[in-house]
Ligand binder design. Structure first.
Ligand code: IPM
Ligand code: MG
Length: 361
């Protein structure tokens, strides 16, 4: 019998990316599985090494691997590059090229960290919501886009910037299915967030989500305008279970949701294709201001590795082990700077990795 050895593409990226990735790799190595892990440069590091944020070799590796573990990209150094060469293009290119249309961003408040939120503990304690963001459509990828001569109106003849918001029926259907199926494993409630009162694209979104819902009579569906959703997220976030929305609204709402927990350094994410192949990355960015100091929180990347084990590699038990180890180190009072509070023990990036490896037993 031949067993397929899982191949994982390791893309550390920029800023704190390499430091947090090193700890996630150690945790994976400590599981006693034989993974084939191969590294490649991405983002600013890709540009520095190969002249492009998503070098060909990196894309090839990501395509042939069973899963991609991604650190973070972006650094001030690259802010002046033309858009096509900026680090962010790497993640946008990977999403498009790998067809990663379903972005799962859980926002969970660990009871040990209730004090880290800027909201009152009673508003957020026990928070457990899942934002499902469509990731390959909408105004992010719609064409045409660019800068042109303004064709009409009071500014006719001047230059204008423009983008195209659009969603095909099939794109809405498949993300709606992902949301309803995720809800079936949770509290069976989906809030679909749109702007149907103003935008044609999102009236259409609402109609299609309503149609797909007929296949899921066991799940409750509500529709909410995005401005109201932003308000409800800070007013009464625990009322949500699964939120499904488009690419642009999901970008904004998922940052707000992450911050409710007060510890964006704790939140993993998964971006999946139609076959559950995925790219896994922390919800936080590359934090170039603290890079190289050994103070970044590696737990979001470690928890992203756990999501990878569960969704793409079929190793749910190992995922449970990693998540239990993370809970254990929090219960032991170990904290990196971002989640440090009086009475807890401040540890470095590497010490946090050590503790998780140790807790795996
Ligand atoms: C995110 C990020 C990206 C996005 C950027 C880096 C292109 O903000 O993953 O949420 O806008 O999708
Ligand atoms: Mg974002």
């Amino acid at each position: 019998m031949t067993t397929h050895m899982n191949k994982i593409a390791i893309l550390p990226g920029d800023g704190i990316g390499p430091e947090i990735m090193a700890q996630a790799v150690r945790v994976l190595e400590a599981l006693g599985e034989s993974f084939e892990m191969e590294r490649a440069e991405v983002g600013g590091a890709g540009y520095a090494a190969h002249g492009h944020p998503l070098p060909e070799a990196t894309l090839k590796l990501a395509k042939e691997a069973d899963a991609v573990l991604f650190g973070a990209v972006g650094d001030y150094k690259y802010d002046t590059l033309e858009r096509a060469l900026r680090p962010e293009q790497a993640i946008l290119g990977l999403r498009r090229e790998l067809g990663l249309f379903a972005n799962l961003r859980p926002a969970i408040l660990y009871p040990e960290l209730a004090g880290a939120s800027t909201l009152k503990p009673e508003v957020v304690s026990g928070l457990d919501i899942l934002i499902i963001r469509e990731l390959t459509g909408d105004i992010y990828f719609g064409k045409p886009r660019g800068v042109r001569e303004c064709p009409d109106g009071p500014f006719q003849g001047q230059r204008e910037g423009f983008d195209t918001m659009r969603y095909a029926e099939g794109e809405i259907r498949r993300i709606a299915h992902v949301a309803f199926q995720a809800a079936q494993k949770r509290d069976r409630r989906v809030t679909s967030v749109d702007k149907a009162n103003v935008l044609e694209t999102f009236q259409f979104w609402r109609d299609i989500v309503t149609e797909v819902h007929k296949d899921y009579p066991d799940v409750a569906l509500e529709h909410m305008y995005v401005d109201n959703a932003a308000m409800q997220l800070v007013r009464a976030p625990k009322k949500f279970d699964v939120i499904v929305t488009g690419n642009m609204f999901g970008d904004i709402l998922s940052d707000a949701a992450a911050m409710l927990t007060g510890s964006i350094g704790m939140l993993p994410s998964a971006s999946l294709d139609a076959n559950n192949k995925g790219l896994y990355e922390p919800s936080h960015g590359s934090a170039p201001d603290i890079a190289g100091q050994g103070i970044a929180n590696p737990l979001a990347t470690i928890l992203s590795a756990a999501m990878m084990l569960r969704f793409s590699l079929g190793k749910a038990e190992q995922a449970d082990r990693v998540e239990a180890a993370v809970k254990q180190v929090l219960a032991q009072g170990l904290r990196t700077a971002d989640i440090f509070e009086e009475g807890t023990t401040r540890v470095s990036t590497e010490q946090m990795g050590d503790a998780v490896v140790k807790a795996l037993g």
